[in-house]
Design a binder for this molecule. Sequence first.
Ligand SMILES: [Zn+2]
Length: 358
Amino acid sequence: MECVGRRTSWLEAFSSCSVGGTRGVSPESQVLVTKAMTGNQTCNLLRTLLRASWIGGLSGALGLAALTAVAEPAAFSGERALAHLNAICELGARPSGSAAMEQQRQILIPHFQQAGGKVFRQAFRSRDSRTGDWVRMENLIVHWHPERTDRVLLGVHYDTRPYPDRDRRDPRGVFVGANDGASGVAVLMELAHAMPSLAGSVGVDFVLFDAEEYVFDDARDAYCLGSLFFARQYAAGRRAGTLAHHYRCGVILDMVADRDLTIWQEQQSVAWPETRPVVEAIWATAKRLGVKQFVPRPKYEINDDHVPLRMTGGIPTCDIIDFDYPHWHTTRDRPAACSAESLDAVGRVMLAWLQTLQ
Ligand SMILES: [Zn+2]
């Protein structure tokens, strides 16, 4: 993403956007893997059995346990999310079109399928602005409860900026994007375990956007290519009446693992009338859970993937981002700058907020 002020308007940025011809949406990948009970759910079940047998005897306990196992989603683990972040960063730099980006997909796709998600690969292409060559790109879309037509989008970007160009010493060094890239991915990987048991009538789509920052030159290259492509496809489908589902709202998670996490509200997200209630509900959830990292006041205006989703796709989408990150776009954006505690805070708020939706 970029902070507004260093560039002109997002409209101007997108008018020069080089998202090119569609290669088509590849067929749904593989089969839906039956969800296995996670370790957490097993623990919950055992805890419930013990508690209930203490109170009402074993026969009553069995009935209660069965109910609880269905109703209680898996808890979010910041430690496991951090392990995911580390695994993704071990792939090295993951810019759009790179071998490491494809390796990342080969980790993510089976991960989400094994958790019970239905994965689609949405292919598109854009040009390498240095050479003019076409580069193949892909958004990953993970459906949970696809039969629910009223849906919420949780988006992250999973590409990394080609170079750490704000690094004074090594602006052409290796950029692994632990916070700016892997952190959102890690939260979704961990949230996946709680999605099959999400109650209510609202379905969830995780969307992992490619080419959020396939940017070699800030003055020339456009941001948010994957989310713009996704938004155009969605808007076209809505106009044509070919989509059965509808996004009620969306949330982008970006840079959410900083050890020193402070998440201010993003200015556009509170200024747009239809996204403001989403922001308020999420920050109210954080307050209810006692998660102090969410500060209920706006600070930065940031052009992130929420902008094309809202402006082009018509999906009211807010941005959850900690922009006070000293290692932004430097070689120091590494796992050591991230913490399980921060991932835990964001993951728990997101899960609890999803559970409030009716
Ligand atoms: Zn970035």
